[in-house]
Design a binder for this molecule. Structure first.
Ligand SMILES: C[S@@+](CC[C@H](N)C(=O)[O-])C[C@H]1O[C@@H](n2cnc3c(N)ncnc32)[C@H](O)[C@@H]1O
Length: 199
């Protein structure tokens, strides 16, 4: 597992990133997701918690769990979402070993977390395990070539071995019974925003 370094935290812990999440991630996700109010949702790698609040306000779930592997982020997220105490449950956790039972959630959200995870395949299989049949995995992710590029690898902190490209990601989704839906955004070739549906 690789936590975000100071540069990535600076990049993400602000309202410009939240605006980008709303404009780009949420708009693609909303086109594919059919989530009635009262659904059960999970966010993996919630960072400072702004995404969790955005998801809560958008989808009005009965339950929204969110976690991050970095204690500093968990503290920040709890503070950010304090108004929603009892509705948004934030805790410390690792996407490669989820503590939820099988088939708990209607949707799992990943805003640029999986490429930080050394064993990202295990993370995907855990996400699939906790999704109900017919549930959605909504994600925004970066490819290996992007995070290995000169500028990014010298500024941000990611594991660089065994990363995924589009082909690896789509294959691993299929191996975990998740099929990529039509609407997606290719992030200028740097990654993908999309939704996959579990069979
Ligand atoms: C690029 S940040 C994105 C944060 C947030 N989702 C956002 O969009 O603002 C990646 C986050 O993933 C977390 N992370 C890294 N490895 C993780 C793991 N194995 N399990 C859960 N969170 C993880 C990091 O601590 C960091 O907060």
């Amino acid at each position: 597992m690789t936590q975000a370094n100071w540069a990535e935290k600076t990049l993400l812990n602000n309202s410009i990133w939240l605006l980008a999440q709303r404009r780009h991630l949420l708009s693609v996700w909303k086109d594919s997701l059919l989530l009635p109010g009262g659904s059960t949702l999970l966010e993996v790698g919630c960072g400072r918690g702004a995404g969790a609040v955005m998801l809560f306000e958008e989808f009005n779930p009965s339950r929204l769990d969110a976690f991050d592997v970095d204690e500093y982020m968990v503290t920040k997220a709890k503070r950010y979402a304090s108004e929603y105490e009892g509705k948004i449950n934030i805790r410390l956790g690792d996407v490669s070993k989820l503590d939820a039972p099988d088939e708990t959630y209607d949707a799992v959200f990943d805003s640029f977390t999986l490429h930080h995870v050394v064993d990202w395949r295990k993370g995907l299989s855990e996400i699939s395990r906790v999704l109900k049949p017919g549930g959605y995995f909504a994600f925004g992710e970066l490819y290996g070539n992007t995070i290995r590029s000169y500028v990014i690898r010298n500024i941000l902190h990611h594991p660089l071995e065994e990363r995924f490209d589009r082909g690896h990601l789509v294959k691993a989704l299929a191996e975990n019974r998740m099929r990529l839906m039509e609407r997606k955004n290719n992030l200028w070739g740097m990654g993908m925003i999309g939704v996959a549906k579990k069979s």
